[in-house]
Design a protein around this ligand. Structure first.
Ligand code: ARG
Length: 410
């Protein structure tokens, strides 16, 4: 089925996707490689040169960081998007963009196939395949690693046999994925959920014990739900994220160790480090509590959870995600202001918040006698608020709605 076909492969320069390239060539296909910069750091090799040497008809290296920040990370910030309440979804947000760029490249070279190096056990295959189904249903997705069932040693042997350079440095026991919104570490000793991650797991965050002894205050300024300044200095969101990754990471902030429910049904143990994502979302949530009504906050919390699940489950380009985006965007008009965080040895705590259109009013909240809150109105309000409870008690006896249902302890 591959004979004579053009295929665009998401290429990382690593072993898996290098073996994929060669394999496509051997099947008689014409492979093209696409390497995307999502802020994962400089590649260790010249990926273009390597891909062509292995047998790619052409190789494209593209910087997609700005698009990633504007169209994927920004809506996720507005949505406080955390899967399972903790994972900031960086990989899940990156996959639909990679798929979109694969589709674009496929159109450029006239390919009818696109390909990725995901295995059959993870969420990423789902995200690539479903995104492609959403935006380019005429294209076919191939996932050689999922289908060929080669073990790591077999892949190494295959690489050697075909002259694919394999890095000679000792292979890390971990499986890592990274972009500017965060870094994930899985596998090896981490598969034991009772094994505490050792320092070699982390690359973006300092060990809290080794973090500076002095706390660092950092102020994040927001406009309509998005960060626009760091410590009073205005800057593009991309730069702000890069800067905050460094500052918060230096203080050991942004680590997550969780058991996660994959879409494919497996529970997996995940280590994340996402200094900028965790602090930005924390500050954003805080500013929302100052500026949004109680009703919007309560309803938005439900929307956020669903939104995170949609992103996680590979449904980024679907109507429900788009509709929830519209709701979330509408809520952000008032979310302007600044939040000050105190970073100290692995923790980030809110130290202060200000907002020009704050709903928090000291005049109303103060216990000072000259508060503008009319306490005399409270009694009447409570009489009506408690009316149904009073009526129920009158008919069923005191507390009748509840206590008999609670089994006695012991
Ligand atoms: N568990 C995370 C997710 O499903 C991270 C996956 C990282 N992917 C990888 N191929 N290492 O989004």
């Amino acid at each position: 089925m591959l004979e004579g076909k053009k295929v665009v492969l998401a290429y990382s320069g690593g072993l898996d996707t290098s073996v994929c390239l060669k394999w496509f060539e051997q099947q008689g296909a014409t492979p093209y490689a696409l390497y995307l910069d999502l802020g994962q750091g400089e590649p260790k090799v010249d990926v273009k040169e390597k891909a062509i040497k292995i047998g790619a008809a052409d190789a494209f290296v593209r910087d997609a960081r700005a698009e990633f920040v504007e169209e994927y990370v920004a809506p996720a910030i507005k949505a406080n998007a955390l899967y399972g309440g903790r994972y900031p979804l960086f990989t899940a947000l990156g996959r639909p963009l990679i798929a979109k760029k694969l589709v674009e490249a496929a159109r450029e070279v006239g390919a009818e196939l696109i390909a990725h190096g995901s295995t059959g056990k993870g969420n990423d295959q789902v995200r690539f395949d479903v995104t492609t189904a959403s935006i380019a249903p005429d294209l076919t997705v191939v996932a050689p690693v999922r289908d060929w069932n080669m073990s790591r040693p077999e892949e190494m042997a295959y690489a050697e046999e075909h002259g694919i350079p394999v890095s000679t440095t000792k292979k890390s026991p971990y499986s890592v994925d990274e972009n500017l919104w965060g870094r994930s570490i899985e596998a090896g000793p981490l598969e034991d959920p009772d094994h505490e991650p050792t320092p070699d797991v982390y690359a973006l965050t300092k060990e809290p014990e080794e973090a500076p002894n002095e706390p660092r205050y950092v102020e994040i300024g927001f406009e309509e739900g998005l960060p626009v300044s760091l410590d009073g200095r205005e800057m593009p969101l991309l730069d702000l994220i890069v800067g905050l990754n460094a500052v918060a990471g230096e203080h050991g902030v942004g680590r997550v160790d969780m058991i996660e429910d994959r879409l494919v049904g497996i529970k997996s143990r995940e280590i994340y480090e996402a200094p900028a994502a965790m602090t930005i979302i924390q500050a954003h949530q805080e500013l929302e509590t100052m500026t949004l009504t109680k009703d919007v906050l309560r309803f938005k919390a439900q929307v956020e959870q669903r939104y995170a699940e949609l992103a996680y489950d590979g449904l980024w380009f679907t109507p429900l995600t788009a509709a929830l985006d519209a709701f979330i965007h509408e809520t952000q008009k008032a979310v302007t202001g600044a939040v000050r965080l105190k970073l100290y040895k692995g923790s980030s705590t809110v130290a202060g918040r200000t907002a020009p259109k704050a709903l928090y009013s000291k005049d109303l909240a103060t216990y000072d006698p000259n508060s503008t809150f009319d306490e005399s109105a409270a009694a009447g309000f409570i009489a009506l608020w408690g009316l149904p409870a009073r009526q129920w008690a009158g008919l069923h006896g005191e507390g009748a709605g509840r206590s008999p249902a609670i089994p006695k302890l012991g």
